[in-house]
Structure formats: structure tokens, C-alpha cells
Design a protein around this ligand. Structure first.
Ligand code: AMP
Length: 221
């Protein structure tokens, strides 16, 4: 059983690495950002509450995200473990997750921190495109799809996230620096691995896979 937490600033390649990790480990990947965008699209109460905050690059309140997360990881596809991308983002969320994992009898998380300096990510993010069907991430400059604007896997029409503009990205980066960075201190003495995320995605994944294969060798089924 594996619980993996992926950390990194917006545009660090978390979504791309999450996809690769799923291929390797077969566990379910959960992005709280994707879940919230799904709520917005479905027009639920949570989606309406989150909408303005997300569009401005702020953080959705802990109690809303925590409740959404616990309901998602209680589903049967998470029984053998899961990967979280974009959660926890506050120390309060990290403490909450500790309690939930203990209650569910899940192992302590493996923390993977994809480290990329702020000046690199702003350039990457404005060229980011996402598939609405499978949530795969592309980059119009560095990782384009085979056919412009179309997902390689399911023909979904790629879209640009509303919050992927320069003003909002700067706000998200600021929140990452001030609110989410302290979350890493929460895990610094845990099973923490820093990976240099400035390299090509496949090189980053080679290192991530090395870490996970080491972990899987010691993890009982
Ligand atoms: P992401 O797709 O991870 O970049 O998240 C997009 C947006 O969703 C963030 O800028 C936040 O507004 C919101 N969000 C996602 N995950 C969380 C979280 N764990 N806590 C609070 N807000 C979140």
C-alpha cells in the first residue's frame, strides 16, 4: 500500500509526473485542483464557493478541501493507496491528513518535492494546456500534442486553465511560497525526497521512479 504526496509550485510538472507514477504504481492519482474544477463545472455548492477564490489564485478554505478529500480517498479505488497532487497545501491540511491516514490504517506518506525556482515556472505555465477528458497536461512549447490542440490519447480538445495567466500565477506562487512551503517542514523528517524539477520530464521521472521502486521493494502488499 502506497500513499504518495507530490509537492511543487504551480508549473513544476506535478500533473505530468502524477500520470507517469500512476503508470508505474497503478495507484489512483487525485488532484484537488482537478476535483475543484469538476465541482465548478458541475455547478455544485462547493464549486460555486471555490470559483472566485480559484480564479483569483487564492486557496480554498481548509474545511471545504478537507471534506472533499476525505470523501474521495474513502472510495474503493483508493483501497490500495493513492497519490495526492496539490494537497496538503496548508499545515492545517497536513495535520488533518495525518489524522485521516492514521484512522484509515494507511501508511505514512512518501513525500516527493519537485523543486523548481519561480522564474522557471511562470514561463512554463502560460504555455500549459490540459485535456478535459483525461486531465493530461501538455505544454504548447516544450511538450506539444501530436496534433495541435488535441489530446494524443482520447481526442479531447485541450484548454487553457482560467487561472494560468501571469497575474494569477504570481498570486499562486506567492501563496506557495508563504503558505505551502511551511508544509514541507512538516514532512522534512518524514519520508521526504527532493527532486530537481528543472530538467526534462522524463529525466525527472527516472529519479522519481528510482525513489518509488526502492519504496515498493520494502512495502508489504
Ligand atoms: P492546482 O490545479 O493544484 O494548481 O489548483 C488550482 C487551484 O485550486 C488552486 O490555485 C487553489 O485555488 C485550489 N486548490 C487546489 N488544491 C487546493 C488545496 N489543497 N487547498 C486549497 N485550495 C486548493
Amino acid at each position: 500500500m502506497l500513499v504518495i504526496l507530490l509537492f511543487g509550485p504551480p508549473g513544476s510538472g506535478k500533473g505530468t509526473q502524477a500520470c507517469e507514477i500512476v503508470g508505474l504504481t497503478k495507484i489512483t492519482a487525485i488532484s484537488t485542483g482537478d476535483l475543484l474544477r469538476g465541482e465548478m463545472k458541475a455547478g455544485t455548492e462547493l464549486g460555486r464557493k471555490a470559483q472566485d477564490i480559484m480564479n483569483a489564485g487564492g486557496l480554498v478554505p481548509d474545511e471545504l478541501v478537507n471534506a472533499m478529500l476525505v470523501s474521495r480517498i474513502s472510495r474503493s479505488d483508493c483501497r490500495d493507496g493513492f497519490l495526492l497532487d496539490g494537497y496538503p497545501r496548508t499545515v492545517e491540511q497536513a495535520r488533518y491528513l495525518d489524522r485521516v491516514l492514521a484512522r484509515m490504517g494507511m501508511p505514512s506518506p512518501i513525500v516527493i518535492h519537485i523543486d523548481v525556482p519561480p522564474e522557471v515556472v511562470v514561463g512554463r505555465i502560460t504555455a500549459r494546456r490540459q485535456c478535459p477528458v483525461c486531465n493530461r497536461i501538455y505544454n504548447a512549447l516544450y511538450q506539444p500534442p501530436k496534433v495541435e490542440g488535441v489530446c494524443d490519447f482520447d481526442d479531447g480538445r485541450l484548454f487553457t486553465r482560467k487561472d494560468d495567466n501571469e497575474v494569477t500565477v504570481r498570486e499562486r506562487m506567492k501563496n506557495y511560497e508563504t503558505i505551502t512551503n511551511p508544509v514541507l517542514d512538516h514532512y522534512r523528517n518524514a519520508n521526504y525526497h527532493r527532486v530537481d524539477g528543472t530538467r526534462a520530464p522524463e529525466v525527472v521521472f527516472e529519479e522519481v521512479a528510482g525513489v518509488l521502486q526502492g519504496e515498493m521493494a520494502y512495502t508489504p502488499e
